[in-house]
Design a protein around this ligand. Structure first.
Ligand code: FAD
Length: 344
């Protein structure tokens, strides 16, 4: 088999290497004849020199400007083109938010089989079953029902586009990959750097890279669909900053491009436990509540008095969340400067 492992170009080399080696460990389960590393994003010279992974080829998708912010819409066409060029039978992603999103979207585009967060692999080749039981192709296992059951899925159509579950494929002592190699720049280096089409209309948010994580944030502002647009979301970002907190939001807010994928709060994103969560224009759906229910105080603004969120919140305001946000920003910046950076 020919296997491609896909990784975002490293911002931090040690983390990147751990991730790439775990993917290569998974790749080894397919007893591959050929393994390629597909790198998404630009590399600096120093990083390029220090990538020392034993693979048969490295392909880089270097989309320049557009690739600085992750959106699946920008990466998928490039990945599709790369697939048509290289034709691997298996494409492996890391099972983080973006990896799993790309897995599903690419799998659908290519008309293959796809599965996210796999924990085991079995396959049959030339009538011989490798790594357990597989029928007519590849079988993969993953946890289901809140990790209470293991399900095995038969995948019958190539290419197999898969993402690995966190921690599932730790390095095998005998894995042929991940060894430090001198002179590891690789036999083949394919660069695909056509400019991607700019599909997005409207401004992007600008972010400081030094922001703190959701796990430790003392104040979280969560924006939902009711926020209505990127400019209003930008106001919430300013409010979060004034309070010394962090802004995230619901899935519709992420899907509409008002927030980044990694700012998603909820069952499929970040689970927060701040002292104060201020929910603005979110309905209080179960998946969202999974990300905010551990807040010590939950305050919600929603224009619908019957909104579910009011059932869970300690304080509620029935109003237009943007009018409330406007007033809150005014209070924080003009009349009550003492509130700035209020410590909870
Ligand atoms: C498998 C799966 C996983 C999911 N994972 C997540 C997840 O991790 N996180 C997540 O958030 N969602 C997730 N979802 C989606 C989730 O089910 C809901 O669809 C989503 O949370 C709803 O987001 P929302 O509250 O912003 O939008 P809506 O449900 O549309 O609610 C918008 C709310 O805004 C209010 N509103 C409208 N205008 C205003 C205004 N001007 N001022 C004040 N209020 C206003 C409305 O009254 C309404 O209550 C998942 C779904 C599935 C199927």
């Amino acid at each position: 088999m020919k296997v491609a492992v896909v990784a975002f170009a490293p911002r931090e080399l040690p983390n990147f290497l751990v991730q790439a080696r775990s993917l290569l460990t998974c790749a080894a389960c397919f007893a591959p004849q050929q393994v390629e590393l597909w790198l998404l994003g630009d590399l600096d010279e120093n990083t390029e020199k220090n990538i020392s992974l034993s693979v048969d080829a490295v392909c880089q998708v270097a989309p320049g400007e557009l690739g600085r912010v992750y959106t699946a819409e920008e990466w998928i066409p490039a990945l599709e083109r790369l697939y048509r060029l290289r034709r691997p039978q298996v494409v492996l992603f890391h099972g983080n938010l973006s990896g799993s999103e790309l897995t599903v979207r690419l799998g659908v585009r290519l008309g293959g089989s796809f599965m996210t967060e796999i924990t085991e692999v079995a396959f049959e080749e030339n009538g011989v079953t490798q790594n357990g039981v597989a029928q007519n192709g590849v079988a993969v296992a993953r946890s289901v029902y809140g990790a209470n059951l293991k399900a095995v899925f038969a995948l019958n159509t190539e290419p197999y586009v898969l993402s690995t579950a966190k921690g599932a494929f730790t390095l095998l002592a005998s894995a042929p990959f991940g060894k430090k190699q001198e002179n590891a720049i690789l036999p083949e280096w394919v660069v695909l750097n056509e400019r991607m089409p700019a599909w997005r209309v409207g401004p992007r948010l600008h972010w400081e890279e030094t922001e703190t994580g959701f796990e430790t944030a003392r104040i979280v502002v969560a924006g939902g669909r009711g926020v209505g647009g990127v400019e209003n979301m930008e106001r919430l970002r300013r409010i979060a900053a004034l309070l010394g907190g962090k802004l995230g939001g619901t899935r519709p807010a992420v899907l509409d491009g008002w927030l980044r994928h990694k700012d998603l709060i909820g069952a499929s994103g970040n689970v927060t436990q701040p002292k104060l969560c201020l929910s603005m224009g979110a309905s209080g759906s179960g998946p969202f509540m999974a990300g905010v229910e551990k807040s010590r105080i939950l305050a919600a603004v929603n224009s619908d008095p019957d909104a579910l969120i009011f059932k869970y919140s300690d304080f509620g305001v029935v109003d237009d969340c943007n009018a409330v946000a406007q007033e809150l920003e005014r209070l924080l910046t003009e009349e009550r400067p003492g509130l700035k950076g209020a410590r909870m």
